[in-house]
Design a protein around this ligand. Structure first.
Ligand code: G3P
Length: 199
């Protein structure tokens, strides 16, 4: 299982990367907005810190604009993965970006059917949001279990990237289910290292 850090903070990413367990980074507009820097500068900095996929999300909502924005973001660095929201505009953008050999991460996935469609459109990754389903008392990890099983059934090459991970149980369950990637907040990485008996 790959471990990505869900952050746009250089200090947090640098510290996490120094532990030797970070395979990539995911960002989103909220995480970028917390930083006093433009997205191009920050995504480039992150790509220099971590040699792996770095997701940068579009903020437009029409498919043509998403494609333009995706092309622009992908030009920052070879490792950039363009994050687009699920929906008809998002899938149309995925198709066009794939034609240009640009990797995509289809985000805001809340059921396995959305993930199947994103995979068939050619997404490199799908991002199911488990914590936000839990927030509305629906079992987020059940969605991941179904998704991993379905992708195995059909040998989909799209990777299941579990997002909106809030605590160590989400992390461990994702590993047990065979998720390809988990993206975790930096503080959770440090929490995972802790055990009172180790102390
Ligand atoms: O990767 C998506 C993630 O940042 C969302 O997490 O905790 O805001 O649902 P959360």
């Amino acid at each position: 299982m790959k471990i990505f850090i869900d952050s746009a903070n250089v200090e947090d990413i640098t510290l996490a990367a120094s532990l030797g367990v970070v395979d990539g980074v995911t960002t989103n507009p909220s995480l970028i907005a917390k930083e006093d820097v433009d997205i191009h500068t920050r995504i480039h900095q992150i790509c220099e810190l971590v040699d792996g996929p770095v997701s940068a999300e579009v903020v437009t909502t029409e498919w043509e604009a998403m494609v333009e924005e995706g092309i622009d973001l992908s030009a920052i660095h070879d490792n950039v993965v363009v994050k687009v929201p699920i929906g008809s505009a998002g899938l149309r953008a995925v198709v066009k970006l794939r034609e240009k050999n640009i990797n995509t991460n289809v985000t805001l996935i809340f059921n396995p059917s959305q993930a199947i469609l994103a995979a068939k459109a050619g997404a490199s990754y799908v991002s199911p949001f488990v914590g936000r389903l839990d927030d509305i008392t629906l079992p987020g990890m059940d969605m991941v279990r179904d998704m991993v099983q379905i992708f195995q059934n059909y040998d989909f090459t799209t990777k299941v990237l579990v997002a909106s991970i809030r605590h160590p149980v989400h992390f461990l369950e994702a590993a047990k289910m065979g998720a390809d990637v988990v993206t975790i907040p930096p503080q959770l990485l440090h929490q995972l290292l802790k055990h009172p008996l180790t102390d």
